[in-house]
Structures are given as structure tokens and as C-alpha cells.
Design a protein around this ligand. Sequence first.
Ligand code: M6R
Length: 609
Amino acid sequence: MCGIVGYIGKQEAVPVLLDGLKRLEYRGYDSAGVTVFNQGKLSCSKTVGRLVKVEELLEKSPLPGTVGIGHTRWATHGRPSDRNAHPHFDCTQRISVVHNGIIENYIELKEWLQEKGHIFNSETDTEVLPHLIEEYYRGSLVEAVQDALKKVEGAFALVVICKDHPEHLVVARKASPLIIGLGKEENFIASDIPAVLPYTRDIFILDDGEMAVVEAAGVQVSDFDGKLLPKKPFHVEWDITAAEKGGYEDFMLKEIHEQPRAVRDTMAGKIDRGEMKVVLPEVKLSAAEINKLQKIHVVACGTASYAGQVGKFLIEKLARIPVEVDLASEFRYRDPIVGPNSLTIIISQSGETADTLAGLREAKALGSRVLAITNVVGSSVAREADDLILTLAGPEIAVASTKAYTTQLLSLYLLAIYLAQERGIISLNDRMGMLEAMMNLPTQIEKVLNTETKIKEFAGNFKDCEDIFFIGRGLDYAVSLEGALKLKEISYIHAEAYAAGELKHGTLALIVEGVPVFAVVTQPELYDKMISNIKEVKAREATVVALALAGDHDTEKSVDYVLHIPLTHTMLTPILSVVPLQLFAYYTAKAKGCDVDKPRNLAKSVTVE
Ligand code: M6R
């Protein structure tokens, strides 16, 4: 978690650092700060609160200088406070550091450094870094950083500035993302690409175990022992405007509206319309390997894991391979039964989620082949997987995932059909039925988006609720999980999803007069059962909103509000039914006055365990 930036060149550093930090605020926003070198010393401005508070401080007391570092924080060790905000310093104010990650052995290191006389000012794990570098400093910043890194365990992306060496910044990466934007007589450092895009499209993506000495005139990449490593720049093709709001009030609303385009792009080039089959260019699994698969594990977090729940249903139904879905934070600690005859599917929008990445590495260590579904080219997940499906959602900035989820679902549809087709167990007719329906999805999502005004009107009625329940069966249950997560993370209303048949085993006790229940009813073979479950909650005087298929006028008779989605193939409904759930969460949160793009306590990219 946290976003870090650095700049060295001829421009004033502060505007460049602040501009970069603004684009990284999705990584954390509970405090922020910058350190700049000027006239032989390091000056720092930092504060608890959003970046705008640092901007205000800097307006009052500007920090001139052409080399500097910056940070936007998501607290892990030490509550959000001025003292815990980065950058942190050594005892002599000679060295300043910004860090993203967790130094796991910081208590041990802190005690050791305190015994040596170092004075600490914060409760953070990060502060051991400047003190450790100070401890090893003999005039060369690079060597001191190398020595310090040998002592450090855990995850880090860091930028170090030293007042004795304003000619360079030293950066290093292990298990937290870090990129270097390559300019002319200037260079940029950031946790993520959008932060440097206004200045350059050529970047170095640092790998784990790599560090770099960044000067205005050039960048030298090496391992932690100083052995120089050849590095090829990566040229970014996508546009910065894709990462901006484009006239919408919030990124989340913009991203909800981008779903037709995102789904269309993710599908492009992956359906052979002549043979009506799926083509996955970066999946190298042969038919023989697919036939040997005994088990598939899906490993992911949050929304991505709920996409995995849909994926399980699809793969088991179409390809007849058993699938287990694991939360990545649980997977590697439960001694999973994974081996050479299993495939692990890693789903991650960012491709940098620490738990998910650890799951990927655990699966590989156990001999499993790994297929990644991710949205970020060049991310750790994309680079470390054997096979890849890229979701072409474009940059997702809002913390609440929307277009990443629908494109993950689309990728899982493609994958399930691909596995079934390579195993020779799906008929051409069935394939055609699904693929043709898939090609209609972008237009159908547009139709669902046209119901926005209706959703906006009634969502406001739920803003003061304390609890909302989401119910569904089969695929509708999987989508309910995502609907409940969306609502709770941005509106702070307690929301839970239940398999509708499970209500009577306990949860029905919570259903009393006026409790809202959102019922998803899109699966024809489960229709009668769902109507019975709706009647059960109505009998307890719940207020029921139903999400039903176009033409279903019976459901209407049993509920208080109804929304319809267009008819599609039974297995494809989740990609349409999630859209009203996203809009419902968005407008309920807006009616409550919440900051939908930056919900409290959360961050977009969770790069700590
Ligand atoms: O980047 P990832 O897909 O690995 O992120 C996983 C979760 O942190 C993410 O889906 C999270 O649950 C979203 N904020 C939910 O909207």
C-alpha cells in the first residue's frame, strides 16, 4: 500500500511530486508528504490528511529545489498522524526515505538501532530504514542502502535521498511495485505508471531484487550487490486521458459507464468467428495438458475472488474440471493440495496485491501451472504467470472495482469455453449459442446503464438503512456477494449476501418489517425456488427489490421494486446483473454524501499482507 514518487532534473520538484502523488492517491490517502533538497539541506513538509493539506502547507511555505521524494500513505504500522506520515529521516536529517510495503523484522531492527543510540520519532516500520542506512553510511549512499537492504526482511519499494548526494536518488524494490520514468535530463520515480505519464512514456519496471541509482542524466539498474543489470525500457501505449474523469462526477461512475467498451475490448481478437471458437493468444496450455488437469484452484481477493466464484460455476459446468476458490490471504497458510496436475488461476486487477502474489508464488512452488487474469501489463502477476489473459478494462482508479469485475467475468467465460473446447466436450451449437450471446453483451450492458435514472431515484430510499441483505441462488448468489461488497465498501451500510435457500437456517431471524432485501432472480431453473424465498422474506414484511429478466412480470407481483436486465444466455446473466448492483451501491453512497472514489480505511492497491 501507499504511493511513492521521486524526481530529479531541472524542473521545480514539488509540482512534479504533487502531480504524481495525486495520481497515486488511490493507493492510500490518510497522510502525505515530500522532502526536497535545497541549499545543502533536506526540507520536509508532511501532514496527516489528504494530499490537499500538504499542498496548502507548501503554498504557505514553499520548498524550492529540483530533486525530491514524496509519499501518500495508507496506514499499516502506526495510526495516521503527522509523526507517522512519510518521508522519514535518520537522526542527523541527512537521509530521508519514502517506503511502500512492510518491514517485517522492524521491531528487532529498531531495538538494535536504539541500543546503538538512534532516536525514533514515529511508530512506523519504515523509520528503521533511514536509521539503518545512517548506521551503514560511510560517505557512499549507494553502499549504505545496499548494506541496509541485507538486514531487511519483508516487502519494500523505497526511494532514498541524501543531502550529501543531491546528484542522485537511490531506489530499490522487493515485492512492492516501482517504476522509473525516463526523461531527457530528468527522471521520475513512482509506484505506478499513470504518475509519470504526463512526462514520459518510456519506463523501466523494476523487478524484485533490483535497485537503481537515478541521476538526472541517466539510470543505472543493479541487483542489491551492485551488479549492473541490462534493462529494456517499456513503452506505454495507453493514454493519460483514459485515467482521468472524462466529465463524470466520480471515477467510479465513469468506470461503470466504461463497461460496454471494456468488455468489447477484452473480447476483441479472442473469438474466431469463422470456426466459432475461443482463441487465447497468451495461454499456451496444450489440449494434452488440459486433459490431464485434475483440479483448478482460483486464488484472488475481494471482488476478484467473487469473479472467481462465478468462474467456478462456469468451468465446472462447461469444462467439467473441479474448481476450488480460495481467498489468497488463506490459500498459502492452509497447506493446499496443489500439484503438477493442477492449474491455478490468479485473478487480480492490479496484478500487485500482496496476498494474491504470495498465492501465485505458493502455487508455483508446489508445482502448479499458473494462469493469470489481470488488468495491468507488466504487473508482477502478469510477469510471473505461465499463461495470461489480459482484461483490457483500462486503468481503474476508483477503489471500488467495477469494470475490472465485468472484464474478469468475460475472461472467465472465454477460459471456460476454451477449456471445454480443447477437451472436446462442448458442441459447436452450444459454443455458438454462448459466443453469439457474448458478442451482444456490450450493447446489452448499455441498455442496463439506461436504467440508471430509475436506480438513482429509488436508491436514495435506502440511504438510512442499517442492514441490507442480498439473496440469490447459483450464479445469482455469486453476483449477490459482489453486490453486497460494493454497497458496504462505499456506503458503509452493513450488507450481506446469502444463498437464498440458506436464509431459513439462521439469517431469517434478522428479517423483520422494513429490512431491505435485494433478490437476484435471473436463473430460470431456480426461478420457483427463488420466488418461494422472496415470499418467505415478504411474509416477515421485508422491503424487497428484485432484479429479474426482461419479460418476467410475475416477480413484480411479489416485490416492492423491480429492475430488469435484458435476456441473455443463462450463464451470462452475472455480467448484466452486476451493473444495477453497482449503480445501486453508487447512488446509495452518493445519497449518504460518501466519497465513493476513496472510501474510508481502504486503498485501491493492497500491496501489504
Ligand atoms: O487488484 P486486485 O484485483 O488484486 O484487488 C483485489 C481486491 O483488493 C479488490 O478487488 C477489492 O476487493 C475492491 N476494492 C473491491 O471493490
